[in-house]
Write a protein that binds this ligand. Structure first.
Ligand code: AP5
Length: 217
């Protein structure tokens, strides 16, 4: 299955991507994770991306599209993938359609995680991520046993730079302006399915998997 997850910052895309990709046995490809790994390694791509990420802005389309093109050409993505955080502009969506057409294939479904802005702000202000394995936690909704330490690998937890309140507000504005139009774009293609992404994580996963069943997932 070739699947895209779309939704505002903090909707739970990264959280659900892990479970849904495992269920579908496809690789999870997160543009945010790829950018963050490049920032951490101070690669030229990371240096370029950091200035946009820290400001809550999108990395330019050309840079992002080239990066995704390279990633989708890797062998593990040949039979399916879950894209988390891409596309998030109409030019990115058009480029993805074109790229998949070149591969002789196309997207099967776009899953929209629906949550309101107040919940997004609650989720992002309490998010913590593991330095070791990338597991996403929340201080209130999904806390580890020991504060600041990952239950899964013992790694140290950190708060993302772009989860500061003023950056979150900008990310929400950018989402409404640049990414929300994709709901209509994919709706017009008959590929969009939306689910309520509030409530316990496992309930959202169940809703996601149920929604994907009618698309062959
Ligand atoms: P990216 O990493 O993609 O960030 P985002 O889309 O803003 O999404 P987040 O990762 O913040 O949230 P999420 O929806 O994954 O939520 P999560 O599961 O963590 O992108 C970061 C930046 O990179 C962008 O701003 C941009 O600069 C750049 N970038 C990336 N892709 C790009 C692209 N295509 N084009 C251009 N630039 C790009 O959950 C959030 C919190 O809520 C966690 O603490 C979690 O534990 C908790 N939670 C999750 N589910 C629930 C639930 N059901 N109930 C309670 N709490 C929950």
């Amino acid at each position: 299955m070739r699947l895209v997850l779309v939704g505002p910052p903090g909707a739970g895309k990264g959280t659900q991507a892990e479970f849904v990709a495992a269920h579908l046995a496809v690789p999870k490809i997160s543009t945010g994770d790829i950018f963050r790994a490049n920032v951490a390694a101070s690669t030229p791509l990371g240096v370029k991306a950091k200035q946009y990420m820290d400001a809550g802005q999108l990395v330019p389309d050309e840079v992002t599209i080239n990066m995704v093109r390279d990633r989708l050409a890797e062998p593990d993505a040949a039979d399916g993938f879950l894209l988390d955080g891409f596309p998030r502009t109409t030019p990115q969506a058009v480029a993805l359609d074109k790229l998949l057409a070149e591969f002789g294939t196309g997207l099967d479904v776009v899953l929209e995680l629906v949550v309101d802005d107040d919940e997004v702000i609650r989720r992002l202000s309490g998010r913590r991520t593991c330095h070791g394995c990338g597991r996403i936690w929340h201080v209130e909704y999904d806390p580890p046993q020991r504060e600041g330490v990952c239950d899964r690998c013992g790694g140290k937890l950190f708060q993302r730079e772009d989860d500061r309140a003023e950056t979150v507000a900008e990310r929400l504005r950018v989402y409404a302006r640049d990414t929300a139009p994709l709901v209509d774009y994919y709706g017009a293609q008959g590929k969009l399915v939306g689910i309520d992404a509030t409530g316990p994580v496992e309930d959202v996963t169940t809703r996601a998997i149920d929604a994907l069943r009618s698309y062959g997932g």
